[in-house]
Every structure is written in structure tokens, then in C-alpha cells.
Design a protein around this ligand. Structure first.
Ligand code: HAX
Length: 424
């Protein structure tokens, strides 16, 4: 056993007892009420599930196990996975052990490539990534152990195995999707002496003489790792996992949600919007030009991608982290300059427009411009990068849910007829 497995093995039995006792002690207390508006409105603000990996505060953004995301910017993504699972950052030995564990599990079965190569050439990279994950479901250790009749208190163990296997393979799979889909040439193998994020950067095959692109990929993987439990991808993964579907099924389901334009696909839409403004105005637009373009977009009934959020009510600290990175490493990039200028203009326009509850940028508003600068210009690919990172959040939540023995998700729905008859 390596450090993460050991740590969880010690942590989980008392944690399970603690959760059980707490749930019993306060069983009848109310934590939320639901209005008709919320039932019709995507259950926004309804507190009806537990997630211990992270919390999103409207006024300060993402906090992972008590640590604001801004303070974790310089960490390795693997450290974040350890933190999400255990509540603590690993020591040096724990990090090394986890990196070694991931390297040893990184080989991707050949049948995955056979399937992906048979897909239509214009398939969306997210459909390819998800197909790759789903086709590996047959490798699930959870499924094998479940079929042998494992006891409920052991469910988390093969789930952790699945999580490590999947995480280890994701950079290679995701990079392979990039190289295949965009005809970049042969796949680049995992290098065992490099960390997980550096491997991903390297396997994409983007030239990186200065090492700044690798830094960006590590940062990207850290910033997108988790966003509590109720967002579309986490909530979907949780629901599917609650039926005891294994990690491959559950994460794949969650990522299908991430592929929607109101969720993770917003990063591709956002860069497209920024590039459109630059094309229209022949270079970095002025504030007045951006203002006009923003109004044109709103007046045509579209949203401004990368702005607004269901929970946040301030500038997303993840956006601020990307902005700081851009200012440090690529202040001369015209795309980055446009993104920074859009930030000066769009919030004020959205306030005047008066619809969006949050006029500030979310994580997706800035990330694409940085990738674009380094030559990763195929923006339909951006949500795949997001997925590799978000898998850490979904998998850590799944492990903890298995440990806690979380119940199958099954809220009660009511019909419109019922609302008319009982509420009106
Ligand atoms: N531009 C224009 N209008 C917006 C808007 C934006 N950026 N954000 C919200 N609105 C509108 C909504 O469409 C809604 O209009 P209707 O009443 O006509 O339906 C109204 O303002 C109220 O919405 P809200 O309560 O402020 O926002 P929601 O919680 O319903 O939705 C969204 C949150 C993120 C989906 C929304 O702000 C949006 O569509 N933003 C643009 C897309 C985007 O950036 N998505 C990524 C979010 C982060 C993420 O999940 N990344 O993965």
C-alpha cells in the first residue's frame, strides 16, 4: 500500500462512525426549504446533498478542504487530489508515492485507440474522451470485487483503485485524443520520471522550451479540480455513482454534463467570442468597441460566455489566477490583452442589462486565451483539459461517498398538475 491508500484506510472507519452519529443526532433538523420557483429553476440554492471535498462561497469562491484555491496555485495537481480525498496535503514522500503510483498505472489498453480511431473524424473531442473512458469500464476493480460479493464497508477500496487507474490514464488518453483528432502525429508516451501535469503537457506535443506551458497546464489542472457537489458534472457523477455504477460509468456521465455550453464548454465558447471581437475590430478592440459587441450579443438573445455563475457573486478567484498568470508570462499577447479588456467592460454592461445575478467572470473567461497563446488553438479541445482536472473532484467525491455508504439518490418530483392543485 502507498501513502494515500494508507491514509484513507486509517481515516475512513472513524469518519464513517462520525458521519453516522452526526446524521442520527441531527436527523430531523431542517437545512433547507424548497419553493416552487426553485423546483422549476434548477433547484438553485436548495441544500439537499453533502459534499466534503470543497465549498464554493458566493463571496470568496472555491475553498478546498478549508484552503482558498488562490493559496493552492503553485501546488502539483496530484497534491490537490490527495487533499481532496484526505483533507490534508501530502508530505514529500506521500506526493512521490502518488506520482509513482500514477506513472505505474498510466498504460492505456490498445483497444481504446482502436475504438477512437474508428470514430468519425469530426467527432467532438469530448465525445472521444468519454468514449475512451467508457470503453475502459471493463477494467473496473469495483465491478470485479462487487461481482465477487465484497462487503459494503470495503466499497471505497476498489473505488480508489479505479480512481487511481483512471486518473493515471487520463492525461495520456486526453493527449491522444488531441493528437488523433487534430492530426498532430504519433502519440507521445508517458514519461515515468515526470509529474502527472508535466506529462500531460508533454504528451500534447506543444513546444515548450521555457517550461511556461507546463506551468500553465499544472495551474489549469489545479484550478479546475473541483467545485463542490451540486454543479451539473459533480451532481451527475454523484447520482450515477449512487446506483453503485463504477468510476468509469460515473465519471463519464459527469463529463457528458461538463460538455454542455452552460457548463465546461463555456471555455471554448468564450475564446470564440473573444476572437470574434478581435476579428471584427481588426486586433485588440477598444473598450467602446467591446461594449458595443457585448450589447449586440445580449440583444441577439445570447449569453456572454465566461460571465455569470449559479453560486458565485464575485470575480471567480480561478479567473483572477489565470489573469495573474497572463500578466506575468504573456502580457504582450493580443488575445490575452483582449480578455483583460473584456473584464473592464462586460461586468458594467451586464449590470446595466440587469438580468444576470452575477456580472463577474467565472473560470472559463480567461483560460482559453492562455492556451491559445501557446499554440493550443483548437478550442473545441479545451473542455477536455477541464475534464482531466475535474475528474479529480468527481473521483475524490466518489471515494468519500463509497466510504460513507451514501444512499442512492432519489429526490421526489411533482407534476405541474400537482402544483396547480396543491399549491395554487
Ligand atoms: N450573459 C447574459 N445573460 C446571462 C448571463 C450572461 N453571462 N448569465 C446569466 N444570464 C441571464 C440568464 O440567462 C437568465 O436569463 P433568463 O431569466 O432570461 O433565463 C438570468 O440572467 C438569470 O440567470 P442567473 O440566475 O444569473 O444565472 P443561472 O444561475 O441561471 O445560470 C450560468 C448560471 C453560469 C449558466 C449563466 O450565468 C450563464 O449562462 N453564463 C454564461 C455561460 C458560462 O459562462 N458558463 C460557465 C459557468 C461556469 C461553469 O460551470 N464552468 O464549467
Amino acid at each position: 500500500m502507498v501513502a494515500l491508500q494508507n491514509k484513507l484506510a486509517k481515516m475512513i472507519p472513524p469518519l464513517r462512525d462520525d458521519l453516522k452519529a452526526l446524521a442520527k443526532e441531527v436527523a430531523d433538523k431542517k437545512i433547507s426549504e424548497v419553493t416552487v420557483a426553485q423546483a422549476y429553476g434548477g433547484m438553485r440554492g436548495v441544500k439537499a446533498m453533502i459534499c466534503d471535498t470543497s465549498v464554493v462561497y458566493p463571496e470568496k469562491g472555491l475553498v478546498i478542504r478549508g484552503i482558498p484555491i488562490m493559496e493552492l496555485r503553485d501546488r502539483y495537481p496530484e497534491e490537490i487530489f490527495y487533499l481532496l480525498c484526505t483533507g490534508e496535503l501530502p508530505d514529500k514522500a506521500g506526493l512521490k508515492a502518488l506520482q509513482k503510483e500514477l506513472a505505474n498505472r498510466s498504460r492505456i489498453p490498445k483497444y481504446v485507440w482502436d475504438v477512437l480511431e474508428a470514430m468519425p473524424k469530426n467527432s467532438h473531442p469530448m465525445a472521444m474522451l468519454n468514449t475512451g473512458i467508457l470503453v475502459m469500464q471493463r477494467e473496473s476493480e469495483f465491478k470485479k470485487a462487487y461481482d465477487k460479493g465484497m462487503k459494503k464497508t470495503d466499497y471505497w477500496k476498489p473505488t480508489l483503485e479505479d480512481a487511481l487507474n483512471l486518473l493515471a490514464k487520463l492525461p495520456g488518453l486526453a493527449a491522444g485524443v488531441y493528437r488523433l483528432r487534430f492530426k498532430k502525429g504519433k502519440r507521445i508516451p508517458y514519461k515515468k520520471d515526470l509529474d502527472w501535469g508535466a506529462n500531460y503537457a508533454r504528451m500534447l506535443g506543444i513546444e515548450d522550451k521555457t517550461g511556461v506551458f507546463t506551468k500553465l497546464i499544472r495551474l489549469y489542472l489545479v484550478l479546475h479540480c473541483d467545485h463542490e457537489g451540486g454543479n451539473v458534472s459533480a451532481n451527475t457523477c454523484h447520482t450515477v455513482g449512487s446506483a453503485l455504477s463504477d468510476a468509469y460509468y460515473s465519471v463519464s456521465a459527469g463529463l457528458n454534463g461538463l460538455a454542455g455550453p452552460l457548463h465546461g464548454l463555456a471555455n471554448q465558447e468564450c475564446l470564440a467570442w473573444v476572437l470574434d471581437t478581435m476579428k471584427k475590430f481588426n486586433g485588440v478592440p477598444t473598450n467602446t468597441q467591446i461594449e458595443k459587441y457585448t450589447w449586440d450579443t445580449l440583444n441577439s438573445g445570447k449569453v456572454i460566455p465566461g460571465y455569470g455563475h449559479a453560486v458565485l457573486r464575485v470575480t471567480d478567484p480561478r479567473y483572477s489566477s489565470f489573469l495573474a498568470f497572463g500578466k506575468e508570462y504573456l502580457p504582450d499577447s493580443e488575445v490575452f490583452q483582449t480578455v483583460a479588456r473584456v473584464y473592464d467592460v462586460v461586468p458594467e454592461v451586464l449590470k446595466k442589462h440587469g438580468k444576470a445575478k452575477n456580472p463577474w467572470p467565472n473560470v472559463d473567461a480567461g483560460s482559453g486565451a492562455l492556451l491559445y497563446h501557446f499554440g493550443l488553438t483548437e478550442f473545441p479541445y479545451y473542455t477536455v483539459l477541464f475534464s482531466v482536472s475535474r475528474a479529480m473532484g468527481m473521483l475524490s467525491q466518489l471515494i468519500l461517498n463509497r466510504a460513507a455508504g451514501t444512499a442512492i439518490t432519489r429526490p421526489k418530483s411533482v407534476s405541474t398538475q400537482w402544483v396547480k392543485e396543491n399549491i395554487k
